[in-house]
Write a protein that binds this ligand. Sequence first.
Ligand code: NAD
Length: 296
Amino acid sequence: MANIAFIGLGNMGGPMAINLAKAGHQVCVFDLSADAVAHVVAAGASTKASAIACVQGAQFVISMLPAGKHVDAVYLAENTGLINHIEAGCLVIDSSTIDAATSCKVAKALATKDINFVDAPVSGGVGGAVAGTLSFMVGGSTEEFAQAEPILMAMGKNIFHAGVHGAGQIAKVCNNMLLSVLMVGTSEALQLGLANGLDPKVLSNIMSKSSGSNWTLDGYNPCPGVMDNVPASNDYQGGFMVDLMAKDLGLAMETSLASQSSTPMGALARSLYAMHAASGNGSKDFSSIFKLFNKK
Ligand code: NAD
C-alpha cells in the first residue's frame, strides 16, 4: 500500500480520496476548506497543517483542483510551490481538467527535480467519483503510466493511456466537446418533434432505435419525463453543471485555436452554453440546454 498526498477535496476530490483510503492506502489530505478536510478525515484519511507537510515523504501526490491557475500555483509558486518539497521519484497525478499547456509546463518543471508527472483528467462525474468507476485519460510516458495505473484503479474502472504529457487533457476536451454537440442536437431534435405534436417518449424511442441514437438521447435524455433517474426529470439538479461544461468548451476552443483546427460545431456549442450560463442556469445540469429551444 502506498503513501499518498491528496490536494483538493471538492465534489470530485473528496470521494476520490475516500476511495483511496478505503482501498487501504495511507492518504494525507489537504484543502483550503476545513469542512472538506474534516469530511474525508472522518472516512479514514489523515491530514496535516499544510499541503507542503502532506507531500513530504509521499510516493504519490494527487491533485483535483478547479483550473489551470490553481494547479500552476500549487506546484510552481515561488516559495510555497510543492515542487520544492516533493521527493525525487514521486509521481504527481493531476486529475483536474485544465489546459494541456499548463500540464506540460508543470511536467517539465517537476522533471528538473526527477519528479514524475501524469495529467489524468476524469469522466464520470460525482456519481462515478463516489462509486469508484471514473474513466481516467492519462498523459505521460509509458513508465509514468505504469506507475499511475494501480493507484488510479482504486478510483476508476477504465484507465486509458492517451499519449505523452498533455494528451489526457486533449482527450478530455475532445470528449466533452462532442458530448456538448450531441446534447444540443438531441435537444433541438426533440423540441422540433414536440412543436409538431409528437410525444417526446415516442420520438425518443424511435430515434434511439434509428440512426440518430446517441448517449444523450438514450442514456441521459434532456426532455423532462422521458427517462427516470436523470437530471431532466429532477428539475435539472445534480449531474454535470452548465458552468463546468462552459469551462471545458472554453478549453476546447483554446486547443482548437492553438492547433488551427476547424471546430465549428464546438464553437457554436460553446456560445450556446455561455449564453445558457449567463441566463442563470450555471449551476443546473448541462442537459438543461434543452430549455433554450422551448417555444414561447
Ligand atoms: P470543486 O470546486 O468542488 O473542488 C475544488 C476544491 O479545490 C475545493 O474544495 C477547493 O477548496 C480546493 N482548492 C482550491 N485551491 C486550492 C489550493 N490552493 N489548495 C488546496 N485546495 C484548493 O471542483 P470539482 O467539481 O471537485 O472539480 C475539480 C476538477 O475536476 C475541475 O477541474 C473540474 O473541471 C473537474 N471535473 C469535475 C467534474 C464534476 O462533475 N464535478 C467531472 C469531471 C471533471
